[in-house]
Ligand binder design. Structure first.
Ligand SMILES: C[S@@+](CC[C@H](N)C(=O)[O-])C[C@H]1O[C@@H](n2cnc3c(N)ncnc32)[C@H](O)[C@@H]1O
Length: 447
């Protein structure tokens, strides 16, 4: 059997310990904490292995929950439940299991012995029964949509409504491992030149965009030639469409020195790309000071500058000096439903009601920022969401309200493209794997 490679971890680290940390992370996500925050609490030496296992468990959590409910009607205490779910999530599909299923079960029982000894016989009994009855149990859960697709029911319902021909592809893409795509610093070199540097470093990659290279396999950034010097950054292919859309080309290109507001800038991927492409006077805002600090770090690494301010973009009085902007990038806070491959916890953390709440923030922000744009200027609205309420419906409603706005040709909803690159492209011509985004370029009529 072709098993995926087990997560790399120091040889001295027993699997039982990684499983215990994975259960901690899964328990935290089920209690509403982000996986990033949960992993920050994991000891450094166990973090890479725990992260790899947690990602796989969260991509199988719907199935694991359905199996656990059949094996034990009453949920045990939160951590023991999270451990059971971790073992079931890793073992249920023999093809995808990172370790032999008996090893997983033995080590899960060992983990519970270390922390909740009295629960060990129960965990042992549940998991041994799972091994005996696996095929029947898996078949019995196949009809449960949450188990089948590993997403909450409301999410599946929303995608079915928003994307009748594509919803199954969208759910399947979310359970893939994400591609790793690089953006070559446009002032420092070309993708062709950087591809050679990669080859010299023993790495393979394919050119997939004007500045984009998709690596054959993800690697740690410290293995990328020139990363520390800013020659290259990590950025999804569809995220790389934002800066060229705002900067424009030919007669439509922003002039040197154009004043640009990047209203939701952190961690700074799109700010950096804007500055790599053109000489712009950029004000980069974010309401989260800690995240905004990362914009500063990114710009220092690539050797370019912008003015940074912590502020709520819905409150111009708190950041605006009264000078109109030539262009505004509004990369709005959103559900992140287009980048679930990279953040497998997101689907379990969000609630259906969050989508309306986020759409209200987006609407208010558009309303607040539009008056800051010069007549004749453009605003790029984007979200990394596949939900229509955060994309097309938001912009249609805005265009109804704002009589001086009209939409320019834009990608609209670009649904995530899987690794085989064949499906789910609604607009645009890109076929290489990328995340899901929505883009609308709005033009303000001259007065
Ligand atoms: C999708 S992320 C932006 C990603 C960024 N443009 C990039 O390419 O790296 C959205 C950002 O909006 C920020 N944000 C949320 N509410 C905000 C508000 N009211 N005003 C300004 N920024 C806000 C969040 O802190 C988050 O960093």
């Amino acid at each position: 059997m072709n098993r995926p490679s087990p997560p790399s971890a120091p040889a001295a680290l027993p699997l039982s310990r990684l499983l215990a940390h994975t259960a901690d992370a899964v328990q935290a996500v089920r209690a509403g904490q982000s996986l990033n925050d949960a992993l920050a609490a994991c000891p450094a030496e166990a973090r890479p292995g725990t992260q790899a296992l947690s990602f796989q468990v969260l991509r199988s959590l719907g199935r694991a929950q359905a199996l656990r409910e059949r094996l034990a009607k009453r949920a045990p205490a939160a951590w023991v439940d999270a451990l059971l779910l971790s073992a079931l999530g890793l073992a249920w599909d023999a093809e995808a299991a990172p370790y032999a299923e008996h090893t997983l079960v033995d080590q899960a029982v060992e983990a519970v012995k270390q922390r909740e000894r009295a629960q060990a016989p129960f965990v042992n009994a549940v998991l041994r029964r799972f091994l005996r009855e696996r095929d029947d149990l898996v078949r019995a859960t196949d009809g449960d949509a949450v188990a089948r697709w590993n997403h909450p029911g409301w999410w599946i319902k929303r995608l079915r409504r928003d994307w009748p021909p594509h919803w199954q592809t969208l759910l399947a893409v979310n359970n893939e491992r994400p591609p790793m795509t690089l953006r070559v610093h446009a002032r420092r070199g070309t993708p062709q030149g950087y591809q050679h540097r990669l080859q010299e470093a023993g790495l393979g990659g394919r050119i997939v965009g004007p500045h984009a290279i998709r690596l054959d396999a993800p690697v740690a950034v410290n293995r990328l030639p020139g990363f520390a010097d800013g020659d290259v950054s990590v950025q999804d292919l569809a995220a790389q469409w934002a800066a060229p859309l705002l900067v424009g080309s030919g007669a439509q290109a922003l002039p040197a020195g154009a004043r640009v507001l990047d209203a939701c800038a952190a961690p700074g991927g799109k700010t950096a790309h804007l500055l790599e492409l053109a000489d712009l006077d950029v004000l980069a805002l974010d309401s989260d000071a800690a995240r905004l600090a990362r914009v500063g770090e990114t710009l220092a690494r690539i050797g370019l500058q912008a003015e940074l301010k912590t502020a709520d973009a819905r409150d111009p009085a708190s950041f605006w000096d009264g000078r109109l902007f030539d262009a505004i990038l509004m990369d709005a806070p959103c559900s992140a439903s287009g980048i679930v491959r990279r953040h497998p916890d997101v689907r379990w953390l969000r609630r259906d009601s969050d989508i309306e709440a986020l759409a209200t923030i987006q609407r208010d922000m558009l309303h607040a920022l539009w008056p800051l744009l010069k007549p004749g200027g453009r605003l790029l609205y984007c979200t990394c969401s596949v939900f229509r309420a955060e994309g097309e419906q938001q912009i249609d409603a805005f265009l109804q309200r704002a009589s001086d706005a009209h939409g320019l040709p834009s990608p609209g909803h670009a649904l995530p493209v899987p690794h085989n690159g064949t499906a789910a492209v609604v607009s645009g011509t890109e076929t290489a794997a990328h995340d899901g985004f929505f883009y609308a370029v709005l033009h303000k009529r001259p007065a």
